[in-house]
Design a protein around this ligand. Structure first.
Ligand code: PA5
Length: 475
Protein backbone atom coordinates (compact mmCIF):
# COMPACT_ATOMS: atom_id res chain seq x y z
CA UNK A 1 0.00 0.00 0.00
CA UNK A 2 1.25 3.47 -0.84
CA UNK A 3 1.38 5.73 2.21
CA UNK A 4 -1.20 8.08 0.68
CA UNK A 5 -3.69 5.18 0.53
CA UNK A 6 -3.37 4.63 4.28
CA UNK A 7 -6.28 6.30 6.14
CA UNK A 8 -4.01 6.92 9.16
CA UNK A 9 -1.56 8.85 6.95
CA UNK A 10 -4.41 10.79 5.37
CA UNK A 11 -5.75 11.80 8.77
CA UNK A 12 -2.29 12.82 9.96
CA UNK A 13 -1.86 14.96 6.85
CA UNK A 14 -5.23 16.71 7.08
CA UNK A 15 -4.92 20.50 6.81
CA UNK A 16 -6.04 22.56 9.80
CA UNK A 17 -7.94 25.85 9.61
CA UNK A 18 -7.97 28.08 12.69
CA UNK A 19 -10.31 31.04 12.21
CA UNK A 20 -10.50 32.24 15.80
CA UNK A 21 -8.86 35.52 14.84
CA UNK A 22 -11.64 36.28 12.36
CA UNK A 23 -14.33 35.97 14.99
CA UNK A 24 -15.85 38.43 17.47
CA UNK A 25 -15.11 36.13 20.39
CA UNK A 26 -11.41 36.80 19.88
CA UNK A 27 -11.41 40.11 18.03
CA UNK A 28 -14.32 41.97 19.63
CA UNK A 29 -16.33 44.40 17.51
CA UNK A 30 -14.11 44.07 14.49
CA UNK A 31 -14.61 40.32 14.40
CA UNK A 32 -17.39 38.30 12.77
CA UNK A 33 -20.19 37.30 15.11
CA UNK A 34 -21.52 33.74 14.99
CA UNK A 35 -24.95 35.23 14.39
CA UNK A 36 -23.64 36.90 11.24
CA UNK A 37 -22.43 33.56 9.92
CA UNK A 38 -25.69 31.89 10.90
CA UNK A 39 -27.74 34.58 9.16
CA UNK A 40 -25.97 33.75 5.92
CA UNK A 41 -26.91 30.07 6.18
CA UNK A 42 -29.63 30.05 3.46
CA UNK A 43 -27.34 31.92 1.07
CA UNK A 44 -24.47 29.54 1.78
CA UNK A 45 -26.69 26.50 1.35
CA UNK A 46 -27.87 27.82 -2.02
CA UNK A 47 -24.28 28.45 -3.12
CA UNK A 48 -23.24 24.95 -2.05
CA UNK A 49 -26.23 23.54 -3.93
CA UNK A 50 -25.30 25.49 -7.08
CA UNK A 51 -21.68 24.43 -6.93
CA UNK A 52 -22.61 20.76 -6.67
CA UNK A 53 -25.23 21.10 -9.41
CA UNK A 54 -22.66 22.65 -11.75
CA UNK A 55 -19.89 20.27 -10.81
CA UNK A 56 -19.91 18.50 -14.16
CA UNK A 57 -19.09 21.80 -15.90
CA UNK A 58 -16.08 22.30 -13.65
CA UNK A 59 -13.92 19.66 -15.23
CA UNK A 60 -10.97 20.61 -12.99
CA UNK A 61 -12.90 18.92 -10.18
CA UNK A 62 -12.49 15.57 -11.95
CA UNK A 63 -8.72 15.84 -12.22
CA UNK A 64 -7.92 14.10 -8.92
CA UNK A 65 -9.97 11.11 -10.06
CA UNK A 66 -9.83 10.57 -13.81
CA UNK A 67 -6.19 10.66 -14.85
CA UNK A 68 -4.85 7.14 -14.23
CA UNK A 69 -3.89 6.56 -17.82
CA UNK A 70 -2.50 10.01 -18.37
CA UNK A 71 -0.41 9.74 -15.20
CA UNK A 72 1.17 6.56 -16.55
CA UNK A 73 2.01 8.30 -19.82
CA UNK A 74 3.40 11.31 -17.99
CA UNK A 75 5.58 9.12 -15.78
CA UNK A 76 6.93 7.29 -18.82
CA UNK A 77 7.76 10.54 -20.61
CA UNK A 78 9.26 12.02 -17.45
CA UNK A 79 11.49 8.98 -16.91
CA UNK A 80 12.78 9.30 -20.48
CA UNK A 81 13.47 13.02 -20.04
CA UNK A 82 15.29 12.42 -16.76
CA UNK A 83 17.56 9.93 -18.49
CA UNK A 84 18.55 12.04 -21.42
CA UNK A 85 18.72 15.70 -20.48
CA UNK A 86 20.34 18.13 -18.10
CA UNK A 87 17.73 20.90 -18.34
CA UNK A 88 13.97 21.03 -18.62
CA UNK A 89 12.62 24.40 -19.71
CA UNK A 90 8.96 25.32 -19.42
CA UNK A 91 7.67 28.06 -21.73
CA UNK A 92 4.32 29.44 -20.62
CA UNK A 93 2.63 32.23 -18.72
CA UNK A 94 -0.10 32.66 -16.08
CA UNK A 95 -1.78 29.38 -15.26
CA UNK A 96 0.64 27.59 -17.56
CA UNK A 97 3.62 28.59 -15.41
CA UNK A 98 2.63 29.58 -11.88
CA UNK A 99 1.51 26.10 -10.79
CA UNK A 100 4.64 24.32 -12.02
CA UNK A 101 6.80 26.93 -10.26
CA UNK A 102 4.82 26.71 -6.99
CA UNK A 103 4.82 22.92 -6.82
CA UNK A 104 8.50 22.66 -7.69
CA UNK A 105 9.41 25.14 -4.95
CA UNK A 106 7.18 23.35 -2.45
CA UNK A 107 8.25 19.79 -3.13
CA UNK A 108 11.80 19.81 -4.44
CA UNK A 109 15.05 20.74 -2.73
CA UNK A 110 15.10 24.49 -2.10
CA UNK A 111 18.38 24.76 -4.04
CA UNK A 112 17.33 22.16 -6.58
CA UNK A 113 19.05 23.65 -9.63
CA UNK A 114 22.28 24.20 -7.70
CA UNK A 115 22.57 20.58 -6.57
CA UNK A 116 25.18 18.43 -8.33
CA UNK A 117 23.63 16.13 -10.97
CA UNK A 118 23.90 12.99 -8.86
CA UNK A 119 22.00 14.58 -5.99
CA UNK A 120 19.14 15.91 -8.11
CA UNK A 121 16.05 13.80 -8.83
CA UNK A 122 15.82 15.15 -12.37
CA UNK A 123 17.16 17.78 -14.76
CA UNK A 124 17.51 21.41 -13.73
CA UNK A 125 14.20 23.22 -14.15
CA UNK A 126 13.72 26.66 -15.66
CA UNK A 127 10.33 28.25 -16.15
CA UNK A 128 10.32 31.19 -18.54
CA UNK A 129 7.08 33.07 -17.91
CA UNK A 130 7.94 36.46 -19.33
CA UNK A 131 9.07 37.98 -22.59
CA UNK A 132 11.84 40.07 -21.08
CA UNK A 133 14.60 39.79 -23.69
CA UNK A 134 17.25 39.81 -20.97
CA UNK A 135 15.72 36.74 -19.28
CA UNK A 136 15.60 34.79 -22.52
CA UNK A 137 19.21 35.71 -23.30
CA UNK A 138 20.25 34.83 -19.75
CA UNK A 139 18.62 31.42 -20.01
CA UNK A 140 20.41 30.68 -23.24
CA UNK A 141 23.66 31.67 -21.54
CA UNK A 142 23.30 29.04 -18.82
CA UNK A 143 21.83 26.02 -20.64
CA UNK A 144 23.32 23.73 -23.23
CA UNK A 145 20.42 23.50 -25.69
CA UNK A 146 21.63 20.11 -26.87
CA UNK A 147 21.13 18.76 -23.34
CA UNK A 148 17.72 20.39 -22.89
CA UNK A 149 14.09 19.42 -23.41
CA UNK A 150 11.64 22.30 -23.80
CA UNK A 151 8.00 22.10 -22.77
CA UNK A 152 5.71 24.69 -24.32
CA UNK A 153 2.41 25.09 -22.47
CA UNK A 154 -0.59 27.13 -23.53
CA UNK A 155 -4.19 26.19 -22.96
CA UNK A 156 -5.51 28.56 -25.62
CA UNK A 157 -2.69 27.65 -27.96
CA UNK A 158 -2.22 31.22 -29.06
CA UNK A 159 -0.91 33.42 -26.25
CA UNK A 160 1.55 35.83 -27.86
CA UNK A 161 4.13 35.64 -25.07
CA UNK A 162 4.31 31.87 -25.25
CA UNK A 163 4.21 31.81 -29.04
CA UNK A 164 7.14 34.23 -29.23
CA UNK A 165 9.13 32.06 -26.83
CA UNK A 166 8.25 29.04 -28.95
CA UNK A 167 9.35 30.77 -32.16
CA UNK A 168 12.73 31.57 -30.61
CA UNK A 169 13.24 28.07 -29.25
CA UNK A 170 12.03 26.19 -32.31
CA UNK A 171 14.29 28.33 -34.51
CA UNK A 172 17.29 27.36 -32.37
CA UNK A 173 16.26 23.70 -32.37
CA UNK A 174 15.76 23.62 -36.17
CA UNK A 175 19.21 25.16 -36.66
CA UNK A 176 20.75 22.40 -34.57
CA UNK A 177 18.67 19.38 -35.56
CA UNK A 178 17.29 20.25 -38.97
CA UNK A 179 13.75 19.20 -39.68
CA UNK A 180 13.07 16.82 -36.83
CA UNK A 181 12.92 18.56 -33.46
CA UNK A 182 10.40 16.17 -31.95
CA UNK A 183 12.82 14.78 -29.38
CA UNK A 184 13.49 18.18 -27.89
CA UNK A 185 10.13 19.86 -27.57
CA UNK A 186 6.94 18.75 -25.83
CA UNK A 187 3.60 20.53 -26.18
CA UNK A 188 0.75 20.84 -23.68
CA UNK A 189 -2.36 22.49 -25.06
CA UNK A 190 -6.01 22.13 -25.96
CA UNK A 191 -6.67 19.07 -28.09
CA UNK A 192 -8.65 20.94 -30.72
CA UNK A 193 -8.40 24.72 -30.41
CA UNK A 194 -5.51 27.08 -31.05
CA UNK A 195 -2.30 27.11 -32.98
CA UNK A 196 -0.04 25.09 -30.71
CA UNK A 197 -1.90 21.90 -31.52
CA UNK A 198 -1.36 22.62 -35.24
CA UNK A 199 2.35 23.20 -34.66
CA UNK A 200 2.57 20.10 -32.46
CA UNK A 201 1.07 17.98 -35.22
CA UNK A 202 3.29 19.53 -37.87
CA UNK A 203 6.42 18.94 -35.79
CA UNK A 204 5.15 15.54 -34.57
CA UNK A 205 5.72 16.51 -30.96
CA UNK A 206 4.87 14.45 -27.91
CA UNK A 207 1.71 16.22 -26.79
CA UNK A 208 -0.39 16.24 -23.66
CA UNK A 209 -3.77 17.91 -23.46
CA UNK A 210 -5.39 20.41 -21.15
CA UNK A 211 -8.85 18.87 -20.78
CA UNK A 212 -11.81 20.82 -22.04
CA UNK A 213 -13.41 22.83 -19.23
CA UNK A 214 -10.14 23.21 -17.30
CA UNK A 215 -9.17 26.89 -17.36
CA UNK A 216 -5.55 28.03 -17.16
CA UNK A 217 -5.53 28.95 -13.48
CA UNK A 218 -7.31 25.71 -12.55
CA UNK A 219 -4.94 23.53 -14.56
CA UNK A 220 -2.08 22.69 -12.19
CA UNK A 221 -3.41 19.20 -11.46
CA UNK A 222 -3.59 18.21 -15.16
CA UNK A 223 -0.56 17.61 -17.42
CA UNK A 224 0.26 21.34 -17.22
CA UNK A 225 1.63 20.82 -13.73
CA UNK A 226 2.01 17.08 -13.55
CA UNK A 227 4.64 16.69 -16.28
CA UNK A 228 7.06 19.21 -14.77
CA UNK A 229 6.54 17.75 -11.31
CA UNK A 230 7.14 14.19 -12.54
CA UNK A 231 10.26 15.26 -14.46
CA UNK A 232 11.63 16.70 -11.20
CA UNK A 233 10.91 13.45 -9.37
CA UNK A 234 7.83 14.58 -7.46
CA UNK A 235 5.27 11.88 -6.64
CA UNK A 236 2.35 13.09 -8.74
CA UNK A 237 0.12 10.21 -7.63
CA UNK A 238 0.43 11.41 -4.05
CA UNK A 239 -0.26 14.98 -5.18
CA UNK A 240 -3.50 13.84 -6.82
CA UNK A 241 -4.36 11.66 -3.82
CA UNK A 242 -4.13 14.75 -1.61
CA UNK A 243 -6.44 16.63 -3.97
CA UNK A 244 -8.88 13.70 -4.03
CA UNK A 245 -8.89 13.62 -0.23
CA UNK A 246 -9.70 17.34 -0.17
CA UNK A 247 -12.40 16.82 -2.79
CA UNK A 248 -14.09 14.34 -0.50
CA UNK A 249 -13.83 16.77 2.41
CA UNK A 250 -15.22 19.57 0.23
CA UNK A 251 -18.42 17.59 -0.36
CA UNK A 252 -19.41 18.51 3.20
CA UNK A 253 -22.45 20.81 2.95
CA UNK A 254 -22.06 22.37 6.40
CA UNK A 255 -19.96 25.44 5.72
CA UNK A 256 -18.32 25.33 9.14
CA UNK A 257 -17.03 21.84 8.39
CA UNK A 258 -15.98 22.42 4.79
CA UNK A 259 -12.58 24.16 4.69
CA UNK A 260 -12.99 25.66 1.20
CA UNK A 261 -16.52 26.93 1.80
CA UNK A 262 -15.57 28.27 5.20
CA UNK A 263 -12.57 30.24 3.89
CA UNK A 264 -14.60 31.60 0.98
CA UNK A 265 -17.42 32.64 3.31
CA UNK A 266 -15.04 34.44 5.66
CA UNK A 267 -13.46 36.21 2.69
CA UNK A 268 -16.90 37.14 1.40
CA UNK A 269 -17.96 38.65 4.73
CA UNK A 270 -14.66 40.51 4.90
CA UNK A 271 -15.25 41.92 1.39
CA UNK A 272 -18.69 43.14 2.44
CA UNK A 273 -16.92 45.07 5.20
CA UNK A 274 -14.54 46.69 2.75
CA UNK A 275 -11.60 44.38 3.42
CA UNK A 276 -10.61 44.23 -0.22
CA UNK A 277 -7.04 43.09 0.28
CA UNK A 278 -6.16 39.45 0.81
CA UNK A 279 -2.68 38.74 2.13
CA UNK A 280 -1.28 35.23 1.91
CA UNK A 281 1.71 34.87 4.20
CA UNK A 282 3.38 31.46 4.29
CA UNK A 283 5.92 30.77 7.02
CA UNK A 284 8.03 28.51 4.83
CA UNK A 285 10.25 29.34 1.88
CA UNK A 286 8.94 26.16 0.27
CA UNK A 287 5.45 27.72 0.14
CA UNK A 288 6.60 31.11 -1.14
CA UNK A 289 5.34 30.63 -4.70
CA UNK A 290 2.02 29.15 -3.59
CA UNK A 291 1.22 32.82 -2.95
CA UNK A 292 2.00 33.70 -6.60
CA UNK A 293 -0.17 30.86 -7.85
CA UNK A 294 -2.98 31.82 -5.48
CA UNK A 295 -2.73 35.49 -6.46
CA UNK A 296 -3.62 34.66 -10.07
CA UNK A 297 -6.38 32.27 -9.05
CA UNK A 298 -8.03 34.74 -6.66
CA UNK A 299 -7.48 37.92 -8.69
CA UNK A 300 -8.46 36.67 -12.12
CA UNK A 301 -11.40 34.64 -10.89
CA UNK A 302 -13.03 37.22 -8.62
CA UNK A 303 -12.03 40.55 -10.18
CA UNK A 304 -15.15 41.08 -12.29
CA UNK A 305 -16.95 44.10 -13.70
CA UNK A 306 -20.38 42.52 -13.91
CA UNK A 307 -22.56 40.01 -12.10
CA UNK A 308 -23.90 37.03 -14.00
CA UNK A 309 -27.00 39.02 -14.95
CA UNK A 310 -24.87 41.81 -16.41
CA UNK A 311 -25.43 44.29 -13.58
CA UNK A 312 -22.37 46.22 -12.34
CA UNK A 313 -20.24 44.29 -9.86
CA UNK A 314 -16.59 45.44 -9.66
CA UNK A 315 -15.89 42.64 -7.24
CA UNK A 316 -12.66 41.12 -6.04
CA UNK A 317 -10.03 41.23 -3.36
CA UNK A 318 -6.50 42.31 -4.25
CA UNK A 319 -4.13 39.47 -3.41
CA UNK A 320 -0.90 40.42 -1.68
CA UNK A 321 2.03 38.06 -1.45
CA UNK A 322 4.00 38.14 1.77
CA UNK A 323 6.54 35.76 3.27
CA UNK A 324 7.03 35.01 6.94
CA UNK A 325 9.32 35.92 8.56
CA UNK A 326 10.96 38.05 5.86
CA UNK A 327 8.02 40.41 5.44
CA UNK A 328 7.63 40.94 9.16
CA UNK A 329 10.45 43.39 8.53
CA UNK A 330 8.67 44.93 5.57
CA UNK A 331 4.87 44.73 5.67
CA UNK A 332 3.67 43.75 9.15
CA UNK A 333 3.86 47.35 10.41
CA UNK A 334 1.14 48.10 7.84
CA UNK A 335 -0.86 44.99 8.72
CA UNK A 336 -1.03 45.95 12.40
CA UNK A 337 -1.30 49.72 12.28
CA UNK A 338 -2.62 50.45 8.79
CA UNK A 339 -6.19 50.64 7.54
CA UNK A 340 -8.74 47.91 8.30
CA UNK A 341 -8.91 46.88 4.66
CA UNK A 342 -7.33 43.46 4.62
CA UNK A 343 -7.54 39.84 5.70
CA UNK A 344 -4.32 38.00 6.41
CA UNK A 345 -4.01 34.28 5.85
CA UNK A 346 -1.04 32.77 7.63
CA UNK A 347 0.18 29.52 6.14
CA UNK A 348 2.05 27.47 8.71
CA UNK A 349 3.81 24.13 8.88
CA UNK A 350 3.86 21.78 11.90
CA UNK A 351 6.95 19.77 10.98
CA UNK A 352 9.58 21.21 8.70
CA UNK A 353 11.54 18.66 6.70
CA UNK A 354 14.70 19.41 8.56
CA UNK A 355 15.74 20.59 12.01
CA UNK A 356 18.46 23.23 12.39
CA UNK A 357 19.63 23.81 15.96
CA UNK A 358 21.03 27.18 16.98
CA UNK A 359 24.39 26.44 18.60
CA UNK A 360 25.80 27.94 21.78
CA UNK A 361 27.95 31.07 21.48
CA UNK A 362 28.58 34.61 22.66
CA UNK A 363 27.37 33.75 26.16
CA UNK A 364 28.54 37.18 27.40
CA UNK A 365 25.80 38.79 25.27
CA UNK A 366 22.44 37.73 26.76
CA UNK A 367 20.50 39.49 23.98
CA UNK A 368 22.12 37.10 21.51
CA UNK A 369 22.65 34.00 23.62
CA UNK A 370 18.96 33.66 24.57
CA UNK A 371 18.60 32.11 21.11
CA UNK A 372 21.13 29.36 21.87
CA UNK A 373 19.75 25.92 22.46
CA UNK A 374 16.66 26.68 20.43
CA UNK A 375 16.32 25.79 16.75
CA UNK A 376 15.41 27.70 13.59
CA UNK A 377 12.26 25.56 13.64
CA UNK A 378 11.25 26.92 17.05
CA UNK A 379 12.20 30.43 16.01
CA UNK A 380 10.13 30.53 12.80
CA UNK A 381 7.11 29.03 14.57
CA UNK A 382 7.43 31.41 17.52
CA UNK A 383 7.64 34.34 15.10
CA UNK A 384 4.53 33.14 13.31
CA UNK A 385 2.61 32.83 16.59
CA UNK A 386 3.86 36.24 17.69
CA UNK A 387 2.79 37.88 14.43
CA UNK A 388 -0.62 36.22 14.55
CA UNK A 389 -0.98 37.59 18.06
CA UNK A 390 0.14 41.10 17.09
CA UNK A 391 -2.25 41.19 14.13
CA UNK A 392 -5.13 39.93 16.27
CA UNK A 393 -4.35 42.42 19.05
CA UNK A 394 -4.43 45.26 16.52
CA UNK A 395 -7.98 44.25 15.57
CA UNK A 396 -7.20 43.07 12.04
CA UNK A 397 -8.81 39.98 10.56
CA UNK A 398 -6.62 36.92 10.10
CA UNK A 399 -6.72 33.16 10.09
CA UNK A 400 -4.23 30.34 9.84
CA UNK A 401 -4.03 27.33 7.56
CA UNK A 402 -1.59 24.72 8.84
CA UNK A 403 0.03 21.93 6.85
CA UNK A 404 1.17 19.08 9.12
CA UNK A 405 4.11 18.69 6.70
CA UNK A 406 4.93 19.99 3.24
CA UNK A 407 4.65 16.92 1.03
CA UNK A 408 2.82 16.01 -2.21
CA UNK A 409 -0.30 14.97 -0.31
CA UNK A 410 -0.69 18.21 1.65
CA UNK A 411 0.15 20.34 -1.40
CA UNK A 412 -2.52 18.47 -3.37
CA UNK A 413 -4.97 19.23 -0.55
CA UNK A 414 -3.98 22.89 -0.42
CA UNK A 415 -4.18 23.58 -4.16
CA UNK A 416 -7.51 21.86 -4.52
CA UNK A 417 -8.94 23.59 -1.43
CA UNK A 418 -7.96 27.00 -2.82
CA UNK A 419 -9.61 26.14 -6.14
CA UNK A 420 -12.91 25.14 -4.52
CA UNK A 421 -12.70 28.15 -2.22
CA UNK A 422 -12.37 30.40 -5.27
CA UNK A 423 -15.32 28.76 -7.02
CA UNK A 424 -17.46 29.11 -3.88
CA UNK A 425 -16.48 32.77 -3.45
CA UNK A 426 -17.46 33.33 -7.09
CA UNK A 427 -20.82 31.76 -6.34
CA UNK A 428 -21.36 34.02 -3.32
CA UNK A 429 -20.39 37.08 -5.34
CA UNK A 430 -22.66 35.92 -8.17
CA UNK A 431 -19.99 36.40 -10.82
CA UNK A 432 -18.43 34.14 -13.41
CA UNK A 433 -15.23 32.99 -11.71
CA UNK A 434 -14.02 31.11 -14.77
CA UNK A 435 -13.59 33.76 -17.45
CA UNK A 436 -11.07 36.59 -17.75
CA UNK A 437 -12.45 39.25 -20.10
CA UNK A 438 -10.09 41.87 -18.67
CA UNK A 439 -7.07 39.77 -19.64
CA UNK A 440 -8.49 39.15 -23.10
CA UNK A 441 -8.76 42.92 -23.69
CA UNK A 442 -5.02 43.33 -23.09
CA UNK A 443 -4.23 40.27 -25.22
CA UNK A 444 -6.28 41.68 -28.10
CA UNK A 445 -4.65 45.10 -27.85
CA UNK A 446 -1.21 43.44 -28.04
CA UNK A 447 -2.29 41.51 -31.14
CA UNK A 448 -3.48 44.74 -32.73
CA UNK A 449 -0.27 46.61 -31.92
CA UNK A 450 1.88 43.84 -33.39
CA UNK A 451 -0.20 43.56 -36.57
CA UNK A 452 -1.99 40.22 -36.08
CA UNK A 453 -4.44 39.66 -38.94
CA UNK A 454 -8.10 40.19 -38.00
CA UNK A 455 -7.43 42.94 -35.45
CA UNK A 456 -7.87 46.00 -37.69
CA UNK A 457 -10.80 47.30 -35.67
CA UNK A 458 -8.84 47.11 -32.42
CA UNK A 459 -5.89 48.77 -34.18
CA UNK A 460 -8.18 51.63 -35.25
CA UNK A 461 -9.57 51.89 -31.70
CA UNK A 462 -6.04 52.21 -30.32
CA UNK A 463 -5.05 54.71 -33.00
CA UNK A 464 -8.08 56.85 -32.11
CA UNK A 465 -6.79 57.30 -28.56
CA UNK A 466 -5.80 60.93 -27.83
CA UNK A 467 -2.06 61.66 -28.03
CA UNK A 468 -0.26 61.53 -24.68
CA UNK A 469 -0.21 65.07 -23.29
CA UNK A 470 3.44 66.22 -23.05
CA UNK A 471 2.73 68.36 -19.97
CA UNK A 472 2.10 65.17 -18.01
CA UNK A 473 5.42 63.58 -18.95
CA UNK A 474 8.68 64.50 -17.26
CA UNK A 475 12.23 63.30 -17.82
O1 PA5 B 1 -6.47 31.51 -16.18
C1 PA5 B 1 -6.30 31.70 -17.38
O2 PA5 B 1 -6.93 31.09 -18.23
C2 PA5 B 1 -5.25 32.68 -17.89
O3 PA5 B 1 -4.73 33.48 -16.93
C3 PA5 B 1 -4.13 31.89 -18.55
O4 PA5 B 1 -3.53 31.03 -17.62
C4 PA5 B 1 -3.06 32.78 -19.17
O5 PA5 B 1 -3.62 33.86 -19.86
C5 PA5 B 1 -2.22 31.97 -20.15
O6 PA5 B 1 -3.06 31.41 -21.12
P1 PA5 B 1 -2.66 30.19 -22.01
O7 PA5 B 1 -2.38 29.02 -21.13
O8 PA5 B 1 -3.84 29.98 -22.88
O9 PA5 B 1 -1.45 30.59 -22.78
Amino acid sequence: MKRYEDPAFQTRMRLRIDYNNMMALQLGDRGIADAELDALAPRLAAAAEALEANRSQMRWRDLPHNQNQIVEEIEKTAADIRLRCENFVVLGIGGSALGPIAVQQALSHLRYNDLPNEKRRGPRLFVIDNVDPESMAALLDVIDVQKTVFNVITKSGGTSETMSQLLIVSDILHRIYGEDISGHLIAITDEVRGNLIKIARLEQLTTFYVPDGVGGRFSELCPVGLLTAAVCGIDIRELLAGAAYMDEWCRERDVRKNPAYLLATLAYIAMQRGCNINVLMPYADSLKYISDWFAQLWAESLGKRVHRDGSPAHTGQTPVKALGVTDQHSQVQLYTEGPFDKVITFLGVDRYRTEVPIPKGYSHLPDVSFLCGHSLNELIQAEQRATEYAVMKSGHLSHTITLPEVNPFTIGELLYMFEVMTAFAGELLNINAFDQPGVEEGKNATYALLGKPGYDEKRAELAAQPERAPQYIIG
